[in-house]
Structures are given as structure tokens and as C-alpha cells.
Write a protein that binds this ligand. Structure first.
Ligand SMILES: [Zn+2]
Length: 122
């Protein structure tokens, strides 16, 4: 057996990690929806300073939500690759992605070489 390829047990373990992460992200995104509602403009109950705080918190919440949504998309794509049997192969060069990398980031779609090249190239 090819020592570079993931065995079924390893893939099932990663699938469970991905599913757990997907649940967390969905919960996070839904929670942020609450925080991202329009800032209350009632000046009598909310002072000017705390209104600024609320706007800053809202902007942070939106940024976090965008990050969570991007990660959620990668997690869902990884789950699809497990289902169609292409999981663990680099999307760019087709080489096996190192198992240690997948354990750290089960949603990784690129091997470390292609990921570095992409980050360097912008
Ligand atoms: Zn690659």
C-alpha cells in the first residue's frame, strides 16, 4: 500500500473533525447574525461612546463572520472531496497532501508547496 495515501480510518477521523468544525462554524455564523443587527440608534438608552463601541463590535463581528463563512466553504468542499474520493490530493498538482498537514487543517485543498506558491504569488 502506498504509504503516502491516507487509509480509511484516517479519512474517517478527518471527516469527523470536519463535521464538528462545520457545526461550530454554523453556530458561530448564526450567533453573529444576532450581533450584526443594525445598531440601535436610541440615544437616550445608549450613550454616544457606547454607540461607537457597538459599531466597532458590529464591524468586528462582520469580519469574523466573513472569515467563518470562508472557512465553512473550505470545510464543505473538503467533505465533498471525501465523498467523491478525491480527498487528500492537492487540487493544484495532484500530489498527496501530507497527512500531518491534513491533521492540522483537514480542509486544506493544496499541498504545502502549492499553498506557499499561491501565497507568494498573491
Ligand atoms: Zn500541490
Amino acid at each position: 500500500m502506498d504509504s503516502d495515501s491516507l487509509d480509511m480510518a484516517a479519512i474517517e477521523g478527518l471527516r469527523e473533525q470536519l463535521q464538528a468544525r462545520r457545526r461550530d462554524l454554523l453556530a458561530q455564523i448564526e450567533g453573529v447574525d444576532d450581533a450584526a443587527r443594525p445598531v440601535e440608534l436610541d440615544q437616550q438608552s445608549v450613550g454616544r461612546v457606547s454607540r461607537v463601541d457597538a459599531i466597532q463590535q458590529q464591524q468586528m463581528a462582520l469580519a469574523n463572520r466573513q472569515q467563518a463563512a470562508a472557512l465553512l466553504r473550505n470545510v464543505e468542499l473538503a467533505l465533498q472531496r471525501i465523498d467523491d474520493g478525491s480527498y487528500g490530493a492537492c487540487l493544484e498538482c495532484g500530489e498527496a497532501i501530507a497527512e500531518a498537514r491534513l491533521r492540522a487543517q483537514p480542509w486544506a485543498g493544496l499541498c504545502i508547496d502549492c499553498q506557499s506558491a499561491r501565497e507568494a504569488g498573491g
